[in-house]
Design a protein around this ligand. Sequence first.
Ligand SMILES: C[S@@+](CC[C@H](N)C(=O)[O-])C[C@H]1O[C@@H](n2cnc3c(N)ncnc32)[C@H](O)[C@@H]1O
Length: 230
Amino acid sequence: MPPGLPHYELLREFRHDPDHHDLWHYAVQLDDNYVPKLAESSPPPLQPLDLAALFGSTDALEIEICTGKGRFLAEYAALHPDRPLLGVEWTRPVAWYAAQRLAKVKVPHHAHILWGDAQFLLRDRMPAACCKAFHIYFPDPWPKHRQRRVLQPDLLKQMRRLALDGCVFHWGTDHSEYNQDAMQLLGGTEGFRLLDPAAGPTEGIRTSFETKYIQEGRDIFRSIWAVEPG
Ligand SMILES: C[S@@+](CC[C@H](N)C(=O)[O-])C[C@H]1O[C@@H](n2cnc3c(N)ncnc32)[C@H](O)[C@@H]1O
């Protein structure tokens, strides 16, 4: 904690990766000595992203959180090249791999990868009422540290803030305990309504982890939820 401050927030920025057209970075700003910069106010005065400028489209956005190496997003972008799609992945080499995969999609598309933490991005930089679908597939289950899981009440709150009318949430995991907890959390959260308790892979696309888990003979749990704007 910096001396003299009861609370503080770090300054964050959103910038294009100069080496890759499809990759953006959402990160804490550092000074010349690589020390994180403090925001002058807390929370910092962050502006919502200009999605039309970023995606070259004013259509409603779809966000995939925990994109991994981007297999789902690349195949989905090929099926829906007109849709603005954002994949969020916080491990840099993995995000880089996903961006390279997107670059190989043969049709021109409107998909980008963001390297950064989904929780902060949704909370700090996404405008309200911009999103028509969320996708989270096979996130890390953290069986001993559940507080590290990506699916948390705060994330659901942000999903509702971003949701447009008719917004849906596609969920998938191989981890039965995480799935049980997710069903309970979603089912008990105002604004989330179960549409399909036994969904198949979205538009037939299996993710990389899902393919691996199926080969290992594990069960797969997928569901689709309506997200009411709120
Ligand atoms: C088990 S992998 C699954 C990847 C992909 N969805 C699939 O099914 O093949 C989970 C990924 O989520 C990423 N991740 C975890 N928490 C995250 C967060 N808060 N924001 C962005 N990415 C996150 C991890 O780095 C990891 O690559």
